[in-house]
Structures are given as C-alpha cells and as structure tokens.
Write a protein that binds this ligand. Structure first.
Ligand code: G3P
Ligand code: CA
Length: 303
C-alpha cells in the first residue's frame, strides 16, 4: 500500500469513527496508548502520526515544567518537546521566552533587573522563581527546571525528548553544552539516541553543529524551507518541522521524498496543532508527527 493511499485511509477512519479505525488497524491500540515507532527516525505509518506534547502538555500545566512533563505522562504521551537556554553561570534551563517575565514572577522577585533576560540570571536566582502561579494557583511554587532535572523526570516517566535549542545565536557554544549534559545523564547512549532523542532548532547552523559534533543524533529543522532548498537541509537534518499553517499535502510529500543524513526518508512534525479539526487536516496531509499543547485532543482526532 502506498504512503498516499495509507494517508487517505487514515483520514477516512477519522470520519467514519471507531469501527473504521479498527478495520484499518488502529483500533488495536489501547486507550491512551501512543503508537509504537521503531526508532526516532523510522515512522510506523500504520498507527497514525506520533503525537508530541508541546512544552510538555502545556494546555494542562505550566509550560516547560516538570508538571507539564507529568501531565503528558498522565495522558499516555511519550514524546515531550521543550526549549533549552543557558543561564549567566552556564547552566542549561528549560524555558521558552528569552526573558522570564511571562512565565515567572521575576519582576516581583528582582524588580531592578529589567529586561529580565534568561542569560542575565544565575541558575540559583532562577531557581527562586515561581513558574507556575501564572498558569494556576495549584501550580504555585513550580520551578523552572534545569535540563538535568528535566531529563531525570523523563527517565523516571520513561518518556522521550524533542529538545529545542532556543535562540542559539544568543548562546554561543550551547550545542556542546547540551551534548555534554545529555552525555553525562546517559542520553547519548545507543538506546536513547536510537529511540528517545531528537534535537531541533530554528537555527540551521545550530543543527548543523549538532550533526557535526554527534552525527548519530537525530536532528530536526524548525521552519518551512523552499522545496528547492530541501536537498541542502537533508544533508544535516532528519526532520523538517514546520508550522501547520504553512504546509499542505504537496509540501509534506516533497519533504518525504528525500532521504536524510541517516539514509532514511525525511520526516515532518508539524506544530502547534490544538484542535481536532486541524489535527485531522494535517493528518490527511500525511505528516509523521503533530506537536500539540493538547496532545490528547490530537490523538483522539487522528486514531
Ligand atoms: O516544536 C515546535 C515549536 O515549539 C516551535 O515553536 O515558539 O513554540 O518554540 P515555539
Ligand atoms: Ca519549542
């Protein structure tokens, strides 16, 4: 069966409901279970797209916190996306914005430190911040995790990581720093590299650097390169991960026609899809993965 035929059948299953899904083989999945994939580079196209929790299950818990990792786990979601930056004293922390204002109480705790950039604070200072109350009082005192803490939680939960190097131009050498932490925590061993880790960035040079330093690691480029430029990306990235608003079935097929640096076809993980309607739409495009703040909604819409 061709990829396009499989995609059409899967889209039909969304419309026809559970009975049709069973006919097409996805009904065998347990409720809440993630589709099995052979490894980080080889999709299992019979099980629907892989669903990834964006900044953790950030529709249900404060983004990029251990609570968001646990929320993804509670939903049965294996893959967690995060954003990694570096503190003034060189510690890797998990936070999206390049300043701390939106997701912490930094303006109250350090009123004289505008513009409150992540890179201007030490890890000890960031550890004092409340990164949960902005989302809901029950998350008060939730902290900005270090990358090390984040990896420990993923290990405890037996989850997988789509690690985004955020704003790499602001942090020269962060690729080596990230790989150093991953190695120290056992995330560059064969099992993790094969099954549980992808490193992505909007910065092509950053991904090239990761690929040069550790050619075995699966990589992803965030964005929507011109189709004519895709072959040059395929030299260093295994995934092209675009906003869902920028793609159609033709673009997905153009990416998937190419082979990446590990000799396997390029994959497409699209973001940030939060409605069932949009999930069904990008599923019909044939994407390999869908990154979502509400991964349960996406999973239910694509099984
Ligand atoms: O993983 C895709 C997505 O996270 C990229 O955008 O701004 O949420 O980091 P952003
Ligand atoms: Ca991100």
């Amino acid at each position: 069966m061709s990829v396009r035929t499989t995609t059409a059948l899967a889209a039909a299953a969304v419309v026809l409901g559970t009975a049709a899904a069973t006919v097409f083989g996805v009904g065998a999945l347990l409720p809440g279970a993630q589709p099995r994939t052979a490894d980080a580079r080889t999709p299992d196209r019979t099980a629907g797209p892989v669903v990834l929790a964006h900044r953790g299950a950030s529709g249900y818990a404060p983004e990029n916190t251990l609570a968001a990792v646990d929320a993804a786990k509670a939903l049965g979601i294996d893959w967690v996306e995060n954003d990694v930056q570096r503190t003034k004293d060189g510690v890797l922390v998990v936070v999206h914005d390049t300043d701390l204002k939106r997701t912490t109480d930094v303006e109250e705790v350090f009123p004289d430190r505008a513009p409150w950039a992540v890179k201007d604070f030490t890890a000890a200072e960031i550890a004092q911040l409340d990164a949960g109350s902005w989302f809901g009082e029950r998350f008060a005192e939730t902290r900005v995790p270090t990358l090390t803490q984040f990896l420990h939680r993923l290990d405890r939960n037996r989850q997988k990581l789509l690690l985004e190097i955020k704003s790499p131009a602001s942090y020269p050498g962060i690729e080596r720093d990230i790989l150093r932490v991953l190695r120290k925590e056992g995330w560059l061993g064969p099992s993790h590299v094969r099954n549980r880790l992808v490193i992505q960035s909007f910065g092509a040079d950053s991904i090239k650097e990761v690929h040069a330093l550790r050619p075995d690691v699966t990589t992803g480029f965030l964005g929507t390169p011109e189709v004519t430029d895709l072959p040059s990306y395929a030299a260093f990235t295994d995934q092209i991960n675009p906003s869902y608003t920028t793609i159609g079935a033709d673009y997905v097929a153009a990416v998937q026609r190419l082979k990446g640096p590990h000799g396997k076809r390029l994959r497409v993980n699209t973001w940030t899809v939060d409605s069932a309607a949009d999930a069904a739409k990008v599923h019909a495009y044939g994407v390999d993965g869908i990154i979502s703040n509400h991964p349960d909604v996406v999973r239910d819409a694509t099984r």
